[in-house]
Design a binder for this molecule. Structure first.
Ligand SMILES: [Zn+2]
Length: 243
């Protein structure tokens, strides 16, 4: 699932997010991490979790549509704030056993989730260039982008040789619930597309290529065509930036 993703971008983003670990308390016996009183502010640069959850734009990353090549930008300060809020949620609020060694995987999941989301916007941009009748709809596109990102991480989880596949059975589901909480319109509707069948139908209806009805009635599975593109395009023709 990492094939084609820009590994340098992801690695730099993860490194930035992990800064500030000297502020943590680590239980010497268990290795469990606790964020001490007063440390959450500096770790998150004072950015409240609500700001990230309630926003109507992509604060963790964004996609700039093509005139020249499209660009996926990851926003390191907001990603870092989101990451430490998630760690706080799991370690301090829910008292789950987060070990220091888990932090890199949690950071990796947050960055990957954002990358896949922005990549989906890039994919839709390509579709609109291919099929000029295909119209942008903010809410549907955000919901599908979140669902795509969730599916990509879940597929990584199914493979035991990946970081997500090796994550603990307590941490992983708790982290996915926290990381995919969305309050704002569009984003929160991702659950409508949370399995392959509903995602494929949603993608088909959203992109709605011209003549898809005719193709479909002649036995061409247009959803599968779209899915094949979505899974294949990854590394081609998009620029990356970390701010
Ligand atoms: Zn988005």
């Amino acid at each position: 699932m990492r094939k084609g993703m820009c590994m340098d971008l992801l690695k730099s983003a993860v490194q930035k997010m992990l800064e500030g670990q000297e502020l943590l308390e680590v239980d010497p016996d268990t290795g469990m991490v606790i964020i001490p009183n007063g440390a959450l502010g500096p770790l998150t640069d004072g950015i409240p979790l609500e700001r990230i959850l309630n926003t109507e734009e992509d604060l963790l990353g964004f996609y700039t549509p093509m005139a020249s090549p499209g660009t996926i930008t990851l926003c390191s300060q907001n990603l870092r704030a989101f990451f430490w809020h998630l760690v706080f949620q799991l370690s301090n609020n829910r008292r789950l056993p987060i070990m220091k060694a888990d932090l890199a995987s949690v950071a990796d999941l947050v960055v990957s989730k954002t990358y896949h989301h922005e990549y989906f916007h890039f994919f839709c941009d390509i579709q609109r260039k291919l099929f000029p009748g295909s119209e942008y709809d903010f809410q549907i596109e955000e919901a599908l982008a979140v669902a795509h990102s969730y599916a990509c991480i879940s597929r990584g989880r199914d493979n035991k040789s990946t970081k997500f596949g090796r994550m603990g059975n307590v941490i992983y589901p708790a982290l996915m619930v926290e990381a995919f909480k969305y309050n704002s319109a569009g984003y929160r509707d991702w659950i409508l597309y949370s399995d392959d069948i509903r995602f494929d139908a949603g993608l088909y209806n959203y992109i709605s290529p011209p003549n898809s009805g005719l193709l479909q009635s002649n036995g061409i599975n247009v959803s599968v065509l779209l899915r094949a593109q979505l899974d294949k395009i990854y590394s081609f023709g998009v620029l990356h930036s970390l701010i």
